[in-house]
Design a binder for this molecule. Sequence first.
Ligand code: AVI
Length: 332
Amino acid sequence: MTLHQVSRSHRPRPDFEYIDLNPTEGVWWQEALSGMQLRPKRVAPKFFYDQAGSWLFERITQLPEYYLTRAETALLQAKGPEIGEALGSDCELVEFGCGNSAKILDLLSVLERPRGYLAIDISREPLLELCAKVAATHPGLPVQGLRADFSQFLKLPRLKGRAERKVIFFPGSSIGNFDPPEAVDFLSHARETAGPGGSLLIGVDLKKDRELLEAAYDDAQGVTAMFNKNLLARLNRECGGDFNLDAFRHRAFYNEGPGRIEMHLESLRSQEAHVFGEKLTFEAGETIHTENSYKYRIQQFQDLAAKAGWQPERVWLDDARLFSVHLLRGEA
Ligand code: AVI
């Protein structure tokens, strides 16, 4: 979608600009449905994030087993002054997949004279909440919210601040949700977006014990299971679907070869379901592969980023070496 198809709307208190590209309008379920007609069945994780899914994801980030958010937030806070110094003054921030995460506030608090903030997310409500929060806490900072599917290599709106350089902020190890070739494409696009002299500050989850990894994606309270099943619940809510959620189970396991957590929805029996009257059949034990979450070693991630023209500058780890935050500079 191009920018002239954009609907621009100003909120009642015009303290930030909101641009909505309606990324999932109309066609989302067709893509999900075609994925479920493949063998093996596969649906992209971006479809988790309607309002209910975004709320469930927020609950995941607070779970005792989901160490990623806690480790990254602690790292951004503990190493904040070093990060601020390494990024330098007068930069403009572009955050991909921000949700309603407060990490940007930690980053803004250590930056000298930030010149603007552009937040991009597929889900409307968390994006609006975050922009309102940033605008309220940083009066005078130009804030823009763009609702879009950032995996689709968008042309971004012109940023409002007059900045020396752009910093792309991509926390949360969302890069892990791309398969490596797609991750290189995404990082190349980020490199173009960053422009000359631009940087990338990116959170990347590290390889570790299988037990710790699997618990993070299959928590005792069953929140991740609800998040996974929200895909089917959403098809029921929005697309006349008749999935029986109790006839599927959440599965999450570490696949050592590719180095990734895989999430699946497994059919507990042979059954059929319908979406807008279209029939889908499931064998007992057949799964819908709903998400990959790749885990990297430091060097392995730096090698991947180098393929997209990013040079490693700094890397910070938490004390338990669970999570990494990389600062990369675009090759001249
Ligand atoms: C958004 N993303 C980085 C999360 C992850 O850890 O891969 C999504 C998630 N899936 C299950 N739990 C969290």
